[in-house]
Design a protein around this ligand. Structure first.
Ligand code: TZP
Ligand code: MG
Length: 223
């Protein structure tokens, strides 16, 4: 890629953003991802976290497998937290939280790759933008069962507040988002939804991803 990703392209990649690791999957992670991609998932984040998370070679092998699937599907493959891993894999980007290495130093290491930063306040959002974020992950919007150390639930109001404060960087809402909550999240100002359980725990993974994406697209206000 030459140059940073354009905001309008970033917004499209955020529409149905699947965050996934082996810990979240009932079936084989590569099956889950294949199905999710068939349902029109627009970006994937590899987040291998939790008590039974893979490490070492098995983790690397899984990451490569999922990266290949994304490559064939033509969508970005983002690595959570681990800048070293992202560089080793030549991933399309990195997503970091407020407790990770600072965004400006990650930006310096990853060049023009996609940089996503979790932001919980307007101040964190503004700092992330100054430090070179391409998108913001905002949440948890609703209670979540998928992250032990999640911040306090924010509700969709945080999205309204950020947009009202003039933050126009692409934003994805995250945390407890189900198909019934998509419209509210997008109307409040998100460009899309990032989900773990709504897709990985679904009986019909492909249909779940498809349904979420359709709902996002229908909820986006077209000028
Ligand atoms: N960051 C904030 S909430 C969350 C992360 C990684 C978990 C989202 O998972 P779910 O199952 O979609 O609530
Ligand atoms: Mg993190």
């Amino acid at each position: 890629m030459s140059g940073r990703i354009l905001p309008e392209i970033m917004r499209r990649h955020l529409q149905m953003y699947l965050v996934v690791g082996s810990v979240n999957c009932l079936a084989e992670p590569s099956r889950v991802v294949q199905e999710a991609l068939a349902g029109g998932t627009t970006m994937i984040q590899f987040r291998e976290k939790g008590r039974s998370a893979l490490t070492g070679v098995p983790m690397l092998e899984l990451a490569r497998q999922l990266q290949d699937l994304c490559h064939y599907a033509g969508i970005p493959f983002i690595v959570n937290d681990d800048v070293e891993l992202a560089l080793e894999l030549n991933a399309d980007g990195v997503h970091i939280g407020q407790d990770d290495e600072s965004a400006d130093s990650v930006r310096a290491r990853i060049g023009n790759r996609i940089l996503g930063v979790s932001a919980h306040t307007i101040e964190e959002a503004r700092r992330a933008i100054l430090h070179g974020a391409d998108y913001l992950g905002v949440g948890p919007i609703y209670p979540t069962i998928s992250k032990d150390d999640a911040h306090a639930v924010q509700g969709p109001a945080i999205l309204y507040e950020m947009r009202k404060a003039g933050i126009d960087l692409p934003i994805v809402g995250i945390g407890g988002i189900t198909i019934d909550r998509v419209e509210e999240v997008v109307v409040a100002g998100a460009d899309g939804v990032a989900v773990i359980s709504a897709v990985t725990q679904a009986e019909q993974i492909r249909a779940a991803a498809e349904g979420l994406k359709k709902k996002v697209v229908l909820s986006i206000k077209h000028p």
